[in-house]
Design a protein around this ligand. Structure first.
Ligand SMILES: [Zn+2]
Length: 304
């Protein structure tokens, strides 16, 4: 058919052609627009159902590019929110269980281990959000892999995410196994959230079985604690709170758990604990903030 012949097409054929082009354009644009990974996935599914509108090779290339863009923007957001923090040099390769800030500065760090975990991590995040508090979450690599959306939420809400090994093993490990525990966890945290951490807490506080030594060799700060809530024993809320309060002081680090088991007592105790700390004049900081504050204080002392 020549050009003149095409122009003589009946009106309803023209209408179908234009409608077809409009449909293809709108579907293609629709696939490029989603702002959330969930939305992207939905579009991939609907794209698959819609059939052969777009060659699948082109689609998968575009999806890969889009995921790359999402990841870059995620990193930028994490950096802008201050969760992508460098640890001052003096703490790299060191182990500490508290800091000595300016004595007038009543700071305390709430830390949560063994997540991300369904329900409990989310309940704790809700409580922290309601109280406008940022905490520090020492996550287990395999939990991060299993519950990436909860891991993302930790970072998205401005908390610090840190390394607590892949398997949470207590036994002595070969250098290779110890390295895997740290490196694989660091990597999954990075893949899921775009955040690189150099804070490590050893499972069970065990310093001599491999991972802690490897972490120090990689310039991690090994973060222990000064106030153990003993929440893994599931005490009544009042007991849990008194475990924490009687061992707390400015520059203290509170140990709690958001994952790895039933954490009802932690969730129950947390709001009253927060209130008691605030009533005694404390404010809450993340581990990087706490280290930065002590670093500043030590620099001031050094100048005098
Ligand atoms: Zn643990």
């Amino acid at each position: 058919m020549n050009a003149k012949g095409m122009l003589r097409l009946p009106k309803h054929i023209w209408f179908c052609l234009i409608a077809g082009v409009a449909l293809i354009v709108s579907v293609t644009v629709g696939m490029m627009l989603p702002l959330q990974p969930e939305a992207l996935n939905n579009h991939i599914e609907s794209g698959a159902i819609a059939g052969n509108l777009v060659a699948s090779a082109n689609l998968s290339q575009r999806v890969t590019e889009f995921q790359g863009q999402m990841f870059d923007s995620w990193q930028q957001q994490a950096s802008a929110k201050g969760v992508y923090q460098q640890i001052p040099k003096r703490y790299q390769g060191q182990t500490l269980s508290d800091v000595k800030p300016n004595p007038r500065d009543k700071i305390i760090a709430l830390t949560f281990d063994d997540g991300p975990w369904p329900k409990y991590t989310e309940q704790i995040l809700d409580i922290l959000k309601a109280n406008n508090i940022k905490g520090t979450f020492f996550v287990i690599g395999r939990n991060m892999k299993n519950f990436p959306d909860i891991g993302k939420r930790i970072v998205a809400e401005g908390h610090t995410i840190a390394n607590h090994t892949w398997h949470h093993w207590y036994h002595r490990m070969s250098p290779k196994a110890a390295a895997y525990e740290i490196d694989a966890t660091e990597e999954i945290i990075y893949q899921v959230t775009g955040v690189r951490t150099n804070l490590f807490r050893p499972p069970g506080g065990i310093l001599g079985n491999g991972p802690a030594a490897y972490a120090r060799s990689k310039n991690y700060s090994v973060i222990m604690w000064s106030a153990d809530s003993h929440d893994y024993k599931r005490p009544p809320a009042e007991r849990l709170i008194s475990n924490v309060m009687r061992n707390s002081k400015p520059g203290g680090i509170v140990l709690m758990h958001d994952g790895g088991g039933v954490r009802d007592s932690t969730v129950k105790a947390l709001p009253s604990m927060i209130k008691q700390f605030r009533d005694s004049g404390y404010r809450f900081v993340t581990m990087p903030e706490m280290l930065a504050l002590e670093d500043k204080q030590l620099q001031t002392i050094a100048k005098k």
